[in-house]
Design a protein around this ligand. Structure first.
Ligand SMILES: NC(=O)c1ccc[n+]([C@@H]2O[C@H](COP(=O)([O-])OP(=O)(O)OC[C@H]3O[C@@H](n4cnc5c(N)ncnc54)[C@H](O)[C@@H]3O)[C@@H](O)[C@H]2O)c1
Length: 344
């Protein structure tokens, strides 16, 4: 089968750390062009990853570089216009999280992809973690009994420790918000993925507790109601050190947790456990090892598989919009101090 020809828009950190190494590992794809407003950044990654063509204008790249698909790796406020332009030029789109920063923009992205019959995938990376996929299988299998609730937490020290050249993370017009849209979207989307449920309403409290200079929320605690009456809580923070990411699902017969977090000597810790409870007679703990690879392959492998019609997308535009819509409602709730309904 013909290789999928990729153009990268945005030669920043996520392109360097996830997309380009990802495509390098996928035999069915080749990155043929890269674009950044800052030519030196595009040149640098082009040299590192042996990419033949460099552009500073993404529209020119989409029109001229002979590509089949794009990876949109730019600041959040640019995702919609770039994805829509690519779709209107019949290119398949992989767009970084958060999908975009407003509901009309996300609807327009979905409509453009639909009209042009092209794939629109949102790179919600937590869905492509082997342990998270296994957690979903455990919950779906029914071994935990009837699903009741979920708790999720994700936090790290903030984007300034990820990139020293990305002030846009702290500019609300460019990012759409603080930790909620940067990191919180990961745990919220993971909760939606693992439980397979849509959120009906959310109540959130948000604060700027540490990063006063940025004037954006750095800490969030929230409660969610799913459409079927089950519920959950999630928490996200830019003031968590060391890094932590934990999700626990509770059924009436057991619970299961996956955690990633903490480092020692530069090594990250991960683990998971499943307890199937026998009331009054102790727990039957099932010890499992984390599978080495996600069943879908990583996000880039999955995108390429979907481009070639070999897989059904597990993170499409509608799903990306539903996750981001919860975050947008959480902002409203933090102001109104009430539960806010999700409208998509
Ligand atoms: N999946 C994850 O875990 C994860 C992690 C980090 C970032 N991200 C997402 O990836 C996206 C990019 O984040 P990043 O950390 O790589 O940021 P970054 O600042 O390192 O990179 C963004 C790049 O886009 C370029 N750019 C800006 N405007 C442009 C334009 N008009 N045309 C072409 N290039 C342009 C910038 O010059 C910069 O090089 C964001 O949406 C972010 O939320 C996802």
């Amino acid at each position: 089968m013909k290789k999928v020809r990729i153009g990268i828009i945005g030669a920043g950190k996520i392109a360097e750390r996830l997309h380009l190494p990802g495509y390098k590992d996928v035999a069915e794809a080749e990155v043929v062009a890269i674009c950044d407003l800052k030519k030196n950044k595009a040149d640098r990654l082009a040299a590192m990853f042996k990419i033949p063509a460099v552009y500073t204008d993404y529209k020119k790249m989409i029109k001229e570089a002979g590509i089949d698909a794009v990876s949109v790796c730019t600041p959040n406020y640019l995702h919609a216009e770039m994805a829509i332009f690519a779709a209107n030029n019949k290119k398949k789109v992989l767009v970084e999280k958060p999908m975009s920063i407003s509901i009309p923009a996300m609807k327009a992205m979905i409509a453009a992809a639909k009209k042009n019959k092209v794939l629109l995938m949102v790179e919600q990376s937590q869905r492509f973690d082997a342990a998270h996929q296994a957690l979903k299988e455990i919950l779906d299998s029914g071994v935990l009994g009837k699903f009741v609730s979920v708790r999720g937490k994700i936090g790290h020290s903030g984007p300034e420790y990820w990139s020293d050249d990305s002030p846009w993370f702290f500019d609300k017009k460019s990012s759409g918000g603080g930790v909620s849209v940067d990191v919180g979207i990961h745990i919220l989307d993971l909760i939606r993925y693992v439980t397979g449920r849509d959120v009906k309403s959310v109540a959130a409290t948000m604060a700027n507790l540490v990063k006063k200079q940025y004037k954006l929320e750095d800490s969030v605690e929230a409660v969610i109601n799913f459409k079927d009456g089950t519920m959950g809580v999630f928490s996200t923070s830019w003031c968590t050190n060391p890094y932590e990411q934990t999700i626990t699902v509770y059924g009436n017969k057991g619970r299961a947790t996956v955690w990633h977090g903490g480092t020692e000597g530069g090594k990250r810790f991960s683990g998971w456990y499943v307890d199937v409870k026998k009331p009054y007679s102790g727990n039957n703990e099932i010890k499992l090892t984390i599978p080495e690879k996600p069943k879908t392959g990583g996000p880039i492998q999955h995108f390429v598989n979907c481009c070639q019609g070999k897989a059904k997308c597990i993170s499409d535009g509608t799903s990306g919009m539903k996750s981001m819509a919860v975050m947008l409602a959480a902002f409203k709730s933090a102001k109104s101090k009430k539960f806010e309904k999700i409208t998509v």
